[in-house]
Write a protein that binds this ligand. Structure first.
Ligand code: BGC
Ligand code: NOJ
Length: 820
């Protein structure tokens, strides 16, 4: 069953009913000002950091779901009836309800009693504000006298403190109402130089800024007393819960259409220009007023919207495909890169499933997210790489997370996740291949943000690799530390204390638990270092660069060690635990085979020659694959194992305990392409492709336009149900898998590699790829059933499968690739 449909022409998902199985959300804003918005207008906004600079409140896990948002109420002043065109929070029987989630904007509308209302929400590029453009149409045959009420609830900035420190917070709320603009300025009197504002394009009949005055004692959002009675209280918040609500009265003739615009924004003043007049407690509005008046004007708001659409046309234009499969076309061309933008921006911090108070940007997460983003806005990827590297420790290790506002590592979590630093190597390599900007390697970057500790980025990479080599266990495999990619495989934790963090507790120090997954990651990263070093010396003669040979032999040695001690007979082992016993082995009672090492060791090239890669992937298909995707491990852990940690804390089939953890499915997809298995690769890809799962939305339950972190595995009673949509490394990795490995268009140092591994039944496909300023128009055509390829570039046959970079001045290159 579907709850809507894809409109590929408009690049929208169109939701046809408000009661989707879960709130289906979208992101507004893709720079500093960001918000989430559900299909019933629930959600919140923040500036840069969902935890430290929250602008509006949202009630997580509320009953009903999805409470608090960007609400508009319409009241028929003749009858007194009122409703919300976004369905929530009044939940009236909406006619013609529709929500169109587009790229950076959402439109929600419905009709009631002959009044149609539709709001378009978006964030103009380069601005720290959101526009709500409300369009009202009177479909009645008589004149309608209406009252419009807007409402947002302000957050007192630090979202965690806001939700917990009531003894203080109920006393600090402050607002100003000047020229019909509501300013939220809690704590502005002291150390904050920022405030929020909420403005309306129409003259006001009234306003409210104190929540209780708006809702009434014991009142809820579904029936605010102000809306019910049709008159604002003109309340002024002193403490308690500051809100912003405007009241506009409108009379619409039959057939008449009117627009009302609301602006919700964030603004900073220079410290020395906080108050006007100086010495007063009144916000200096000289720099904010022009912004407000600019976007209250229709022409400017419309132009900003058009600019946003053009921006996404440009970003998506970097890689477009036309294949025989609509799910591939839609995800590659629209939704997957769009999701990559969201994961790049907010990592795992703010979504319907992430409260925005738990984590900032994850080190391993952000490095992986960048893989799916770098081709769109390389300059932002560059900045992110330097920020990440600056949270690296001198040991080569890394803070596991950092706050985007402060760019400082999170002390509460610390480091010790032994895979972390290696991801930086993969991300920097991807950046270099995309851009050819070698200068990034000589950028001075501090360790732990400590001034004076700067070294060229290249040295950070060197330390990343060395970090693993300095931490090898009894079998010569990398020590796992607190955890590797799988945060829940905590082999040194041994926690029997309820509530203790599995990730940050290490109850048995000096552990010798080893990770075969890190071994695979290391081989890949060390080989990248070799390739990168070989060229860096040429591009950056002033930089001290290592001999590539050292990295190559370290990679080789680790691969040998893995094949000697990390092979279980028919697949790769997962780990050795604290006692030196095997994890992910046929000798285990449960958890005999794990997906991660099968994917990564094959991706790193292990077992390609001696048949072990084929064996490992066959074992994955046989033991882990299901119609809903590939499970993380099998058999699921049926009880809690002290020596394994969080993984066994989950009921079987959920999350890391044998759930279909979508993030590592694409590693198998890539591995399958490396073995030339076109059918199997596409099949693996399509099983978790959200568009391909749209028809089973009532089972899948999450949005059909973005990947979810997890789909419940075969052991779960809810097998096939997705959770934790949007913020997952699945997005970037699936994008890499389909665009670079199945469709096979990969930027390399030496040119654009064209190596499709597609099903025999596909007669080919067409693609456009903009790379380093040149547009490649690629036509792949099948002449035989295999993956062997011959290329013609601008009509001329070339050797091999890499299209060499073009000389300057060339804008377009035509590539015809023939598969034999
Ligand atoms: C989740 C993991 C996550 C970890 C750290 C665990 O509860 O299962 O997926 O990586 O928390 O946030
Ligand atoms: C989600 C975390 O954000 C990510 O860092 C981790 O790799 C996976 N869960 C697997 O545990």
């Amino acid at each position: 069953m579907r709850y809507g449909h894809f409109d590929d022409e408009q690049r929208e998902y169109v939701i046809a009913r408000p009661d989707t199985p879960l709130p289906w959300i979208n992101y507004l804003g893709c720079e500093a000002y960001i918000g989430i918005i559900s299909n019933t207008a629930g959600g919140y906004s923040f500036y840069r950091d969902a935890r430290l600079r929250r602008i509006t409140r949202y009630r997580y896990n509320n009953v009903p779901f999805d409470c608090g948002g960007r609400y508009v109420y319409i009241r028929d002043d003749a009858s007194g009836a009122f409703w919300s065109p976004s369905w929530q929070p009044t939940r009236h029987a909406a006619e013609d309800y529709v929500c169109r989630h587009g790229l950076g904007y959402t439109v929600i509308g419905s009709a009631q009693a002959g009044i149609h209302a539709e709001t378009c929400y978006f964030v103009p590029l380069g601005e720290n504000l959101e526009i709500w453009q409300l369009t009202l149409t009177n479909r009645r045959s008589e004149r309608a006298e209406l009252s419009i009420f807007s409402c947002v609830e302000f957050c007192l900035w630090d979202a965690l403190d806001d939700a917990s420190n009531f003894q203080r917070n109920f006393s600090v709320g402050e607002v100003e109402i000047v020229d019909d603009v509501i300013y939220h300025k809690s704590e502005y009197r002291e150390r904050r130089n920022h405030f929020a504002y909420f403005a309306c394009s129409e003259p006001l009949a009234g306003y409210d800024t104190q929540r209780e005055a708006f809702l009434g004692a014991y009142g809820g959002w579904e029936a605010p007393q102000v809306v019910a009675r049709g008159a604002s209280g003109n309340s002024h918040a002193h403490g308690w819960a500051p809100i912003g609500s405007h009241h506009v009265r409108l009379a619409l003739e039959p057939g008449e259409q009117r627009e009302v615009r609301f602006l919700l924004g964030y603004h900073e003043n220079a410290r020395e220009h906080k108050f006007d007049p100086p010495g007063s407690q009144t916000i200096d509005k000289r720099t904010v007023r022009p912004v407000i008046s600019r976007y209250l004007q229709k022409a400017n708001a419309d132009a900003a919207f058009a600019e946003l659409r053009a921006y996404w046309d440009r970003l998506l234009g970097v890689y477009q495909v036309d294949t025989p499969d609509e799910h591939v076309n839609r995800m590659v061309g629209i939704w997957n890169p769009y999701q990559n933008m969201a994961t790049f921006n907010v990592s795992r911090s703010a979504s319907f499933f992430e409260s925005g108070i738990g984590r900032g940007l994850g080190f391993r997460d952000s490095n992986q997210d960048l893989l799916g983003f770098v081709h769109m806005v390389p300059s932002r990827a560059r900045e992110r790489l330097l920020d990440l590297a600056a949270t690296q420790l001198e040991t080569g290790g890394a803070y596991h997370q950092y706050q985007p506002l402060t760019k400082r590592g999170n002390d509460a979590v610390g480091g010790g996740f032994n895979d972390d630093p290696l991801w930086l190597v993969l991300a920097v390599a991807a950046y270099l291949k995309e851009t050819g900007d070698w200068s990034i390697l000589s950028e001075p970057v501090a360790y732990e943000n400590k001034a004076g500790s700067e070294e060229p980025l290249y040295d950070h990479l060197r330390r990343s690799v060395q970090y693993t080599l300095d931490r090898l266990g009894p079998h010569g495999l990398p020590l796992i530390g607190r955890a590797d990619w799988n945060d829940c495989l905590n082999l040194n934790c041994f926690s029997d204390e309820p509530g203790e963090s599995f990730q940050t507790t290490e109850n048995r120090e000096g552990g010798v638990a080893e990770s075969v997954f890190i071994a695979g990651l290391f081989v890949l990263a060390a080989n990248e270092m070799a390739e990168l070093s070989a060229r860096a010396a040429r591009h950056l003669p002033g930089l001290a660069v290592d001999e590539p040979e050292g990295y190559r032999s370290a990679a080789h040695e680790m691969a040998e060690t893995t094949l000697a001690h990390g092979w279980d007979g028919a697949w790769f082992l997962r780990a050795y635990d604290h006692f030196g016993d095997k994890v992910g082995s046929q000798s285990c009672e449960e958890g005999q085979i794990y997906i991660e090492p099968q994917g990564f060791c094959v991706m790193a090239g292990m077992g390609l020659e001696d048949g072990r890669a084929e064996q490992a992937l066959a074992a994955v298909q046989e033991r882990l694959a299901t119609p809903h995707g590939i499970m993380l491990q099998q058999p699921a852990y049926s009880r809690y194992y002290l020596h394994l940690g969080e993984i066994s804390s989950y009921p079987p089939g959920y999350k890391e305990n044998a759930g279909i953890f979508c993030h590592n499915n694409p590693w198998i997809t890539i591995a399958e392409t490396m073995l030339g298995h076109g059918e199997q690769a596409l099949e693996t890809y399509l099983r978790i492709n959200p568009s391909a799962r749209e028809a089973i939305s009532e089972l899948h339950r999450c949005e059909p336009y973005v990947y979810a972190q997890m789909i419940a595995g075969r052991d779960a009673p809810t097998f096939g149900e997705a959770k934790n949509s949007w913020l997952t490394g699945t997005a970037a990795w699936n994008y890499v898998a389909i665009s670079q490995w199945i469709l096979g268009i990969r930027p390399t140092y030496d040119g654009l590699h064209i190596a499709p591994v597609i099903p025999a039944a596909w007669d080919g496909y067409r693609a456009t790829r903009v790379w380093r300023g040149v547009t490649y128009r690629i036509a792949v055509q099948r002449e035989g059933p295999g993956n062997a390829i011959s290329l013609r570039v601008d009509g001329v046959p070339i050797e091999g499968d890499v299209v060499p970079p073009r000389p300057d001045g060339v804008e377009q290159v035509r590539v015809v690739a023939t598969l034999h």
